[in-house]
Design a protein around this ligand. Structure first.
Ligand SMILES: Nc1ncnc2c1ncn2[C@@H]1O[C@H](COP(=O)(O)OP(=O)(O)OP(=O)(O)O)[C@@H](O)[C@H]1O
Ligand SMILES: [Mg+2]
Length: 460
């Protein structure tokens, strides 16, 4: 899809540069105007994915124009073109919702292109979330799965193929990756969607409680069985049972479950009556089940029975393209939940989010956004509001903690720190020096010196 970009700049050189950068026939349609008046007109008529504004215009100021545009379209993504003298104003504008700024002269075209690409990505994510909200209003109640990455799209294709079939599905993936949302979607998209869905966590219950919960029991069948109670096998008839953390199921329960799956009937505890039940089984695990089988902790025959359609949910670090849309989705979600107006996310905040390790996957990201909204007093979210440990931050802490153990000479200690810090910084910045400058607060022209001293890059 093509992107529409509005450039507001009276300087012919800048216009030429952008015209060359976004050559006709490429992915970007560029509209150039030279004044505030022309910009107002163009903005009123068109829908622009990105506005690039010069700060000083013949008939006004780019910052005021930006404020005006945001009144008309609060989620307008914009970049400011700024000279060194005016960087302070641009930085202030970032705090008011400007996505980022570009410093003139443009000596690094790659960085310029990267910033434009990032801004367009941000706009795309905003639009996707807006579309999604409309779809959601239409089908309220269905689980929401945000996906942008190829890996996630592939998984969703498999999920949609498996949903209408009545087979058992095994969902594998690290904790917090979204196994439960996948399980809910499988049920929602199946012919059993009007039937019940029951979720049981096999790790959370003792063997006897688990047995009672699944099979149900007759009054008096054990101490405390005050009245006859139906279990999940009974309640989920014509519906779906999700067994979460299936790897934690005891050997005895594994045998009982296998029997129910083979025979399609079950017996309540304390009864002898065979009762039929038609349920669809979905299992989820964050331990690779084949390894559990190899280690003798999980029955091979049950494994083959439940591993009919395996779905693997990849960890978030292997699908970083999903991070921006997930952040915007949760930002919107918690803004509504807490009746707040936090946002937008500043460029350095995004960089931090995109590069964090996310060991706790989507759940950790969700909690991070919740915290950011809670502490925000209305306005852009700065990286400091996140409490996320970036790779750079972690390395700096690690380098710092080496000091008390072995007190190195100062120069050596500093070198060690700088090496760890600047290599992580460049990683976090995706190799982009402007980005690195913003994350670290070190002036851009000084970054190279640091990188060379720390031997992150060699002198050429
Ligand atoms: N792709 C996604 N889009 C929107 N929300 C998601 C997505 N993936 C996960 N979530 C949300 O993140 C949280 C964690 O997901 P979920 O509970 O499904 O993870 P899980 O893999 O089952 O974790 P665990 O192994 O710890 O049980 C939930 O609140 C879920 O709604
Ligand atoms: Mg789960």
């Amino acid at each position: 899809m093509k992107s529409n970009v509005l450039l507001v700049d009276d300087d012919p050189f800048t216009r030429k540069l952008f015209e060359n950068l976004f050559r006709p026939g490429g992915q970007i349609d560029l509209v150039c105007v030279a004044s505030v008046a022309q910009a107002r007109q163009a903005f009123g008529l068109g829908d622009f994915h990105l506005v690039i504004l010069d700060q000083r215009l013949p008939d006004g100021n780019g910052l005021d124009l930006f404020a005006e545009m945001r009144q008309q379209r609060p989620q307008q993504t914009a970049l400011m073109v700024t000279g060194h003298a005016e960087v302070r104003d641009a930085m202030r504008a970032v705090r008011d919702g400007l996505f980022d700024y570009l410093t003139k002269p443009f000596d690094n075209l790659e960085a310029l292109e990267a910033t434009v690409a990032k801004a367009l990505e941000m706009d795309r994510a905003y639009r996707e979330i807006a579309d999604l909200k409309q779809t959601l209003a239409a089908q309220a109640g269905d689980p929401i799965i945000i996906s942008r990455s190829v890996a996630m799209e592939r998984l969703l294709v498999q999920m949609r193929q498996a949903a209408p079939l009545d087979t058992t599905v095994l969902i594998e993936g690290e904790s917090g990756t979204g196994k439960e949302v996948i399980a809910k979607s499988l049920h929602a998209l199946s012919p059993r969607s009007s039937g019940p869905m029951k979720v049981l966590n096999c790790g959370a219950l003792s063997e006897s409680l688990m047995e009672a919960a699944l099979f149900g029991y007759e009054k008096g069948s054990f101490t405390g069985a005050a009245k006859t109670t139906a279990g999940y096998f009974e309640e989920a008839d014509n519906g779906t049972i999700v067994l979460d953390e299936i790897a934690d199921m005891s050997p005895k329960m594994q045998v009982s479950l296998l029997r129910v799956l083979q025979e399609g009937t079950f017996v309540r505890l304390g009864s002898t009556v065979q009762r039929p039940s038609s349920f669809r089984l979905i299992c989820a695990t964050n331990k690779p089940l084949d390894q559990e089988v190899a280690a003798g902790r999980f029955r091979a025959d049950l494994y083959y029975r439940i591993n009919v359609v395996p779905l693997h949910v990849p960890p978030l670090r292997e699908r970083r393209e999903d991070i921006v849309p997930l952040c915007l989705f949760f930002l919107d979600h918690f803004n509504r939940k807490f009746n707040k107006q936090a946002g937008p996310l500043q460029a350095d905040t995004l960089a931090l989010l995109e590069n964090a390790p996310w060991a706790g996957n989507v759940r950790e990201l969700k909690h991070t956004m919740e915290r950011a909204v809670v502490v925000n007093s209305g306005g852009p979210i700065a990286s400091a509001d996140l409490g996320v440990h970036s790779a750079a931050g972690a390395a700096a802490v690690a380098a710092g903690s080496a000091v008390p153990n072995q007190l190195l000479p100062y120069r050596q200690a500093r070198l060690q720190f700088e090496q760890a810090y600047f290599s992580s910084l460049m990683q976090a910045a995706g190799g982009n020096v402007s980005e690195a400058s913003r994350i670290s607060g070190v002036a851009r022209q000084n970054i190279y010196g640091h990188l060379e001293r720390a031997q992150v890059v060699s002198k050429s």
